[in-house]
Write a protein that binds this ligand. Structure first.
Ligand code: SF4
Length: 454
């Protein structure tokens, strides 16, 4: 395995800028639901449409095309999309030619069923259709009902630059698409196809483009990001190579899969100062029976051992996780074991949710969704309450620490400056504390429960 990837320097960061479209160009309004992969995909779609002469607008009322980039991971996520598309439909009263389209995982999950449920949606494009998204939108604008949900085992969107209107400080770099794990509850391998890595030269080109635009932090994205492989380059080698890019000061990655955390990756995290001390490590359940039924590939003890190894290598590590309650057959004892595992690890932060049947997964076909909703709700409440205690304790433990905070820009309410600690905690700094993209030395003085105060 090579530790540093060699790439040619000349033109290595050549980017395709999105040209400024005139006021008469057709206007596209986009909303994104779901994970960071979806946010990165929305930027990819925006780049494709921008290069094809479309202009982005922030107000759906002024759009010729409305695209909703969707998530199918849970039933609730799909319900929110349905609610939002029917709200947006009102804009057709002023613009009868308005095209409303959905892209992403829900498009892939439901395919032509979308038209049955919502005939006003005239464009349905899956996650592997974005290379030709401008063509698909053009066709939908002629009145054609367009459905393109073919999955493509090779598509990694090589050479296509995204276009973002983000903070210009922290940017996503997709290094892997799809997933091969087939956890029994999960729809992703069906909606995003099989795992494939982006070539290291392309990862580096993209990272350099961001560095040249002034970004200071990159977040490497993949569904199981640490299983990344491209020819003889593994994730550890890629991390060390990305760390060589001048101008990029911080590297994060999400989401790693517990069984793919090799000692080489842990070593790279311990040795390379640009790699942030933060890992999102999805536990899902603390019960071996549930983990087996979910086909996660690790036991509770293996997960705890991995947490120990990570914390030993990176003592300031912040850990977040995903917890799912109410999976098929989950007993009170299984649930108690999840709470117990949470107490042992004391995650700094968690995404917590109830299992919902996604229709095409192994669990949906072969297992009984037999936990009553009321029990799921009660278990979720317990998990959330416990995590809130741990999050509060994690914030309290940071009070008095002095950290290098990366300034992202003004806070949402505009009365503070928003920054990010190496551990990914949001930090609210005094107004005017620094320019976006600068680093400030800040002492943590308190917590709002969601953010640290400095
Ligand atoms: S690793 Fe499992 S939970 Fe994660 S995307 Fe793949 S199948 Fe879904």
């Amino acid at each position: 395995m090579s530790d540093l990837v060699k790439i040619r320097r000349p033109n290595a960061s050549a980017s395709q800028e999105v040209p400024q479209a005139g006021p008469d160009a057709p206007a596209v309004y986009m909303e994104t639901f779901g994970c960071q992969m979806n946010e990165a995909d929305s930027a990819l779609i925006a780049g494709q449409l921008g290069r094809a002469g479309y202009r982005a607008v922030r107000d759906p009322a002024s759009a010729d095309v409305i695209l909703i980039n969707t998530c199918a991971i849970r039933e609730k996520a799909e319900d929110r999309v349905w609610g939002r598309t029917s709200q947006l439909l009102r804009h057709r009263a002023d613009n009868p030619d308005l095209v409303i389209g959905i892209t992403g995982c829900m498009a892939e999950h439901l395919k032509d069923k979308v038209a049955k449920r919502a005939p006003y949606i005239s464009l349905v494009a899956g996650p592997d259709s974005y290379r030709s998204i401008a063509d698909l939108v053009d066709r939908a604008r002629t009145g054609e009902a367009v459905v393109d949900v073919k999955l493509d085992k090779a598509e990694v969107y090589d050479q296509l630059d995204p276009h973002t209107d983000d903070d210009g400080v922290s940017g996503f770099v997709t290094i892997q698409r799809g997933c091969d794990k087939f956890c029994t509850f999960c729809v992703v391998p069906y909606t995003r196809g099989r795992e494939r890595g982006v070539a290291p030269r392309e990862v580096l080109r993209h990272t350099r483009v961001l560095a040249e635009r002034g970004y200071k932090e990159v977040v490497l994205l993949g569904q199981t990001v640490n299983s990344y492989a491209y020819e003889d380059v593994d994730f550890a080698a890629l991390l060390r190579t990305v760390a060589q890019v001048d101008g990029i000061e911080r590297i994060r990655f999400t989401s790693p899969y517990p069984v793919d955390f090799s000692p080489r990756v842990i070593e790279a995290m311990a040795e390379e100062p640009k790699i942030c001390p933060q890992v999102h490590l999805p536990l899902q359940s603390g019960s071996d029976v549930m983990l087996e039924r979910m086909r996660r590939g690790y036991s509770r003890q293996q997960f705890l051992d991995l947490v120990g190894a990570l914390r030993e290598a990176v003592p300031t590590l912040a850990l977040s996780t995903d917890i799912m309650v109410g999976f098929c057959g989950e007993t009170d004892d299984d649930h108690a074991q999840t709470l117990d595992a949470m107490r042992q690890v004391r995650f700094d932060f968690a995404f917590m949710f109830s299992y919902s049947d996604r229709g095409i997964t192994y669990a949906s076909r072969k297992m009984d969704d037999d936990i009553p909703d009321a029990v799921k709700k009660a278990r979720l409440r317990e998990v959330i309450d416990l995590q809130e205690q741990h999050t509060r304790a994690s914030h309290d433990a940071m009070i008095g620490q002095t950290l290098d905070v990366l300034v992202l820009g003004p806070s949402k309410r505009g009365d503070k400056t928003l920054g990010r600690a190496p551990t990914f905690h949001k930090v609210l700094l005094p107004p005017g504390a620094g320019e976006p993209g600068s680093f400030v030395r800040a002492t943590i003085t308190g917590s709002t429960g969601r953010s640290l105060l400095a």
